[in-house]
Design a protein around this ligand. Structure first.
Ligand SMILES: C[S@@+](CC[C@H](N)C(=O)[O-])C[C@H]1O[C@@H](n2cnc3c(N)ncnc32)[C@H](O)[C@@H]1O
Length: 286
């Protein structure tokens, strides 16, 4: 894969790509992590997630009906980048969309396939890296990522892929950890604290001990990357835990109490304009 030849940290190589340090190794490490997480949690939880009656966002289940980020998806061609067990794609299929789920990890896709059979809801599932998507350009109306590419892929690469995959005017909706939560989570173990534990300056590629390789750009950095790829930001929903929320039983990022006081997740919505904007130019809007 292309990532194997990229080894120059954060600099541009001679074909103009922004390089991620050890991108091939990062991908292997993240695939191993998600194979393990599938054994520990996602395989067992997938049936519940597929059966959920309502589409919700994030660890604390903020209802889509309160946010209306996706809106009416009937008839839309959708690709989910880093679909995991594909329960979000399943929800979109039930609402009349035509989803394609893409993920790096065979174990996650095996669970997704089992759920498709069990629930009688079949749509294409593709094993691939969301930084190099083997699908045709301008063939989707909506790209979604819920803790998928939005966390585990280099934004310079996967946002460019999202822009390539979308038809002009198409939308990108993605969920990731809030910048604030990332600043407050201890290095070794434990949930987000009520004070900052690392600087925001330089925050971008994050390796957790015993974990994978994640990307946590600042809000300003997201706006820059989205704009550079032709997107106009429509919304940034900063998600808090609803009043009755319980702390997640597996993902130990923040307690419900913490998340009721500080935004725990960032849910972005952006629309692709006709062309890529030059830095500093005003968005044309749609
Ligand atoms: C947290 S799951 C997201 C799926 C689901 N929405 C969820 O919240 O459980 C993260 C998924 O991202 C996938 N992933 C990690 N790196 C990826 C990459 N480079 N390309 C595509 N998928 C990737 C993992 O295999 C994993 O299934």
């Amino acid at each position: 894969m292309a990532g194997d030849r990229l080894s120059v940290g954060g600099r541009r190589n001679n074909i103009g790509e922004v390089c991620t340090p050890n991108a091939g190794a990062d991908v292997a490490r993240n695939r191993a992590l998600w194979t393990m997480v599938n054994e520990q949690f996602t395989d067992e939880d997938a049936h519940r997630a597929w059966a959920a009656g309502e589409l919700t966002w994030g660890l604390f289940g903020v209802p889509e009906r309160d946010l209306v980020v996706l809106g009416d998806v009937r008839g839309l061609d959708v690709v989910e980048l880093g679909c995991g067990t594909a329960y979000l794609s399943a929800q979109l299929a039930r609402r009349g969309a035509r989803p394609v789920g893409l993920d790096l990890t065979p174990a996650q896709l095996a669970t997704a396939r089992r759920c498709q059979e069990r629930f009688g809801l079949v749509f294409p599932l593709i094993e691939a890296n969301a930084e190099h998507v083997p699908l045709a350009s301008a063939s989707f109306d909506l790209v979604v990522s819920e803790y998928g590419a939005s966390v585990w892929c280099d934004p310079e690469r996967w946002v460019a892929e999202a822009a390539r995959l979308l038809r002009p005017g198409g939308r990108l909706v993605f969920l990731t950890n809030s910048v604030l939560a990332t600043l407050c989570v201890p290095e070794e173990e434990g949930v987000a604290q009520d004070h900052l534990l690392r600087p925001q300056r330089g925050l971008h590629r994050v390796e957790w001990p015993g974990g994978g390789v994640e990307f946590h750009p600042s809000h300003g950095e997201w706006v820059r990357v989205l704009g550079a790829n032709g997107f106009v930001v429509q919304a940034l929903h900063e998600l808090y835990a609803p009043a009755d929320a319980a702390t997640h039983r597996y993902y130990g990022i923040a307690t419900a109490e913490w998340a009721s006081r500080w935004p725990v997740e960032d849910l972005w919505a952006a629309r692709l304009t006709a062309g890529v904007m030059a830095p500093g130019s005003a968005p044309s809007g749609r």
